[in-house]
Every structure is written in C-alpha cells, then in structure tokens.
Design a protein around this ligand. Structure first.
Ligand code: ATP
Length: 271
C-alpha cells in the first residue's frame, strides 16, 4: 500500500471531474460505472489507465445496494454517459460494474441491465472491495468501504479475498442523525456533513455512530489475522474516522488522503 500513489491517482480522477483530457485511441476507452446508494459515478480511463473524464450525480435510486428505481437509475447513467461523450467527443461502449459483496445473481443482473440499457456493453462485473483493492493494491488486511447506505468489508490474505461481509450502514445514517440534531431536512444535513468547514462539529455529533461502525468492523474481523484495515468510501472522508476505527478494533487503520472515488476508479481499472 503506497498512500502517495493512491492519492495521486485519486487526484487525477478528481481533476477529471472538471478537466477533459485529449484522447487518441477513442475505441480503447473504458468506463467504470459505480451505482451507489448515494452517488452514481462514471469514470472514463484511456488505454494507459489514465482518467480522462468523470461525471457523478447524487441519486437515491438504490437502497441497501439494490436498484429500487430502475428507470431513474437508467436515465441517470444514460445522462452521465451522454455528458461524458459530449466532453470527449467519442462514443463510450465498454463498461465495468461492481456490486456489494455477496450480492445475489438476480440483483447483479439488474445492475447489468441498467448499464446495458444506457447503451454500454458490460465487459466485467466484480465486487466493490475487490474493485477498491485494484487501486489500493494490498495483499493482506481488511478493506472497508463505507458508502451512503452500505458498508462492505473484505479480508485479503496473500492477495485473495477470504471473507466478505455487508452491513446496511453508511453516511445516510450519519446525515439522519445530523438532521435530527439540527432539526433540518436530510438534504440540508447531507450538505452540511460534506462541507469540510463543518467536519469538526459533525464528528462531535456523529462520533457514537462512527464508533458503532468501528465495532461492526471489529466483530467481522474476529478470528482472522488482520494487521491492517484500509478505509475507503465517501463517508470515511470525515476527519478522525481512521482513529475511531483503530480505537474500536485495536488494528492499525489507514485511509487514503481522499477515500471518495477509490471504488469507482477501481471499477474502471477492472474494465
Ligand atoms: P454505497 O457504497 O452505499 O452503495 P455510494 O457508492 O454512493 O454508496 P460513496 O459514494 O462512497 O457511496 O459515499 C457516499 C457517502 O459519502 C454519502 O453518504 C456522502 O454524504 C458521503 N460523503 C461524500 N463526501 C463526503 C465528505 N467530503 N465528507 C463527509 N461525507 C461525505
């Protein structure tokens, strides 16, 4: 695990949200589609694996990893694809997708239909922690992906996944707690939570929920020889997240400089 390398890669994805790179081999472009419970993200990589353009949108068309609004999901993926095609002046045809670990076959198929319905061929399907690890590159330890509505955990031994789990907890729960605390709407709480100017206050309020997330991780790694935990997912952007998890688990916990967009990039790398 090389934190600097990961930070540089994520920085490039972030830049590609607003900057569009020149592409030469248009037919070799691949797209990573992350259908999340909070964000739908499409990352385009060129044949060198460099991010050339990224689009994302907040959307609540999935719940607990399941597509609950098929038409909504399809329309958003289609719109994001069209925006990317306009920016890049190419047609995007090949995509990879990822699901939470242990997702039933029928649910995987729905994800696939959404992306195919938006006009792309699905060339690879994998689980989210494995996708995240395409970026992190760890051989041993636990990768914990805390998104909007789900927390995915995978334990790696010698580069192979030996245990996976999924829990229905994530940033949505933190926003609900904040909304209750400040007596505001969920949407306002969500915005407040993401603004780094508020992060210190936010953590003070939601610390018990983060501790609970840490104790869930602790339960799952029992019986495994986990020496390091690696956090990814938008929710872990909050400061002190890694310290709280480390305290709950007693295991050294790492977090890339920006843990958001690690999984979408990993999905694109897998295409
Ligand atoms: P899931 O993995 O559950 O399917 P997802 O893929 O949409 O969901 P991510 O995109 O990794 O999940 O993370 C989304 C969550 O991260 C949301 O709850 C969002 O509020 C939170 N989030 C994103 N950026 C920040 C930030 N800067 N500070 C705090 N929370 C953030």
């Amino acid at each position: 695990f090389n934190p600097e390398r990961v930070s540089k890669l994520i920085q490039k994805v972030e830049n590609s949200l607003t900057h569009t790179a020149q592409v030469t081999d248009a037919d070799k472009l691949v797209v990573g589609v992350d259908l999340g419970t909070a964000y739908i993200v499409l990352v385009v990589l060129d044949h060198h694996g460099e991010p050339v353009a990224t689009e994302m949108q907040f959307a609540q068309v999935l719940k607990d990893g399941l597509v609950v609004d098929y038409i909504g999901a399809l329309n958003i993926v289609r719109q994001l694809k069209e925006k990317l095609e306009t920016r890049l002046q190419v047609s995007l045809e090949k995509a990879a997708i990822a699901m939470p670990s242990n997702t039933p076959e029928s649910v995987c198929k729905t994800h696939r239909y959404v992306v195919e319905g938006a006009g792309m061929e699905v060339v690879n399907m994998l689980d989210e922690p494995t996708a995240a690890n395409r970026v992190l590159g760890i051989r041993n330890g636990a990768v914990v992906d805390i998104g909007g509505g789900t927390t995915g955990l995978s334990i790696f031994k010698d580069g192979e996944v030996i245990y996976t789990a999924d829990e229905a907890t994530g940033g949505t729960h933190l926003s609900l707690v904040l909304a209750g605390h400040y007596k505001t709407s969920f949407e306002e709480a969500e915005e407040q939570k993401k603004d780094s100017a508020n992060h210190r206050d936010v953590v003070a309020i939601v610390r018990p929920v983060i501790e609970k997330m840490g104790s869930i991780v602790h339960q799952h790694i029992q019986g495994f020889d986990v020496k390091d935990i690696y956090l990814v997912g938008g929710t872990t952007c909050l400061p002190e997240f890694e310290q709280i998890v480390e305290k709950q688990t007693g295991v050294t916990t790492w977090k890339p400089e920006n843990p958001f967009l690690v999984t979408p990039l990993g999905i694109a790398i897998s295409a």
